[in-house]
Design a binder for this molecule. Structure first.
Ligand code: ADP
Ligand code: F6P
Length: 320
């Protein structure tokens, strides 16, 4: 393996830049030529590719987003699109590709690697933490910290006015951002897609906590778990309490990555480049029990959904 390329694909996440920097610098350290591809698979198809040196990735470790930019690329879902992408790689003599992205990007990477003579190493970059083969994805820790900071601010004002507040956070079909932020922010309720919510229970608790003199409550809602407006309308109907709602939105997808995401990015990048230099097949890099892992892409993508029931029950117990 002499020449490798690196791209970011799908939704951006804090820590993607730190991973890109580490891939480039570790590859150079190993004596490889390394190329950066702009705008994910779109750039690969269009030939937006250039040779990187150590300076190409200066001053990005602290930045959210991705300096390579990213894209969703419908063309890559077709074999013809992937052939064009492969032609770009082959024109440069590139035989290894690091893909920093999420689930969809890795399905694309798997197809590319099985159809053409290119080896792929995938680094999980998404705030959602929704990849089953890894305990953490890049960007998740930063997004949770952003959500906790929002909760802290909301607590100040909601507590001052004896209000009930609902903060909606992202996560697509995964409740991890809501669960971790809820525990770290001391929320009373966490509503996540993995567990059907008990509206009557929530209403009962709001009423009984008010009787106990607790006049302010914080509900964290994962975006995939229910409709915010419908839930607050139902709470109003059953309790008479008006809930103030906030949607954190894309604010949680940006921002300077935490040390956790930066160190994870460095560890995963080193494993990804080592994998490309080895005899191992195309794989996804992850972390389980603090060990950096590499699993064949189809094996990693087929791992069953994990859900930390113990953590969910801790969130509930501590809110009582
Ligand atoms: P993420 O990687 O964050 O999950 P997407 O699901 O949007 O983001 O996927 C990113 C890109 O990966 C898509 O725009 C497409 O180019 C490619 N992709 C997704 N799914 C597939 C698939 N089944 N086959 C080939 N390419 C895919
Ligand atoms: O996958 C990251 C994510 O931010 C999800 O949490 C969210 O559902 C989605 O992307 C939003 O996508 P877009 O930025 O395209 O609106």
């Amino acid at each position: 393996m002499k020449k490798i390329a690196v791209l970011t694909s799908g939704g951006d996440a804090p820590g993607m830049n730190a991973a890109l920097r580490a891939v480039v610098r570790y590859a150079l350290y190993k004596g490889l030529d390394v190329y950066g591809v702009e705008r994910g698979y779109t750039g690969l198809i269009n030939g937006d590719i250039s040779r990187f040196n150590s300076r190409s990735v200066s001053d990005i470790i602290n930045r959210g987003g991705t300096m390579l930019k990213t894209s969703r690329c419908p063309e890559f879902i077709t074999e013809e699109g992937r052939r064009s992408a492969y032609e770009t790689l082959s024109a440069y003599g590139i035989t290894g590709l690091v893909v920093i992205g999420g689930d969809g990007s890795f399905r694309g990477a798997n197809a590319l690697a099985s159809e053409f003579d290119v080896k792929v190493a995938g680094i999980p970059g998404t705030i959602d933490n929704d990849l089953n083969y890894t305990d953490y994805t890049l960007g998740f820790d930063t997004a949770v910290n952003t959500a906790v900071s929002a909760i802290n601010n909301l607590r100040d004002t909601m507590g001052s006015h004896d209000r009930v507040s609902m903060l909606e956070v992202m996560g697509r079909g995964c409740g991890d951002i809501a669960l971790y932020a809820g525990i770290a922010g001391g929320a009373e309720y966490v509503i996540i897609p993995e567990v059907p919510y008990d509206l009557d229970g929530i209403c009962r608790d709001i009423k009984s906590s008010q009787k106990r003199g607790k006049t302010s409550n914080m509900i964290i809602l994962a975006e995939g778990a229910g409709n915010k407006d419908e839930i607050v309308a139902q709470i109003k109907e059953k309790t008479g309490v008006s809930v103030k709602t906030t949607t954190l939105g894309h604010i949680q997808r940006g921002g300077s990555p935490t040390q956790f995401d930066r160190v994870l990015a460095a560890r995963m990048a080193v494993k990804a480049v080592d994998l490309l230099c080895s005899e191992a097949e195309s794989s996804l890099i992850g972390i389980r029990h603090n060990e950096i892992t590499a699993d064949p892409i189809s094996v990693a993508l087929a791992m069953p959904k994990r859900f930390d029931e113990e953590l969910y029950s801790i969130a509930h117990i501590l809110s009582l």
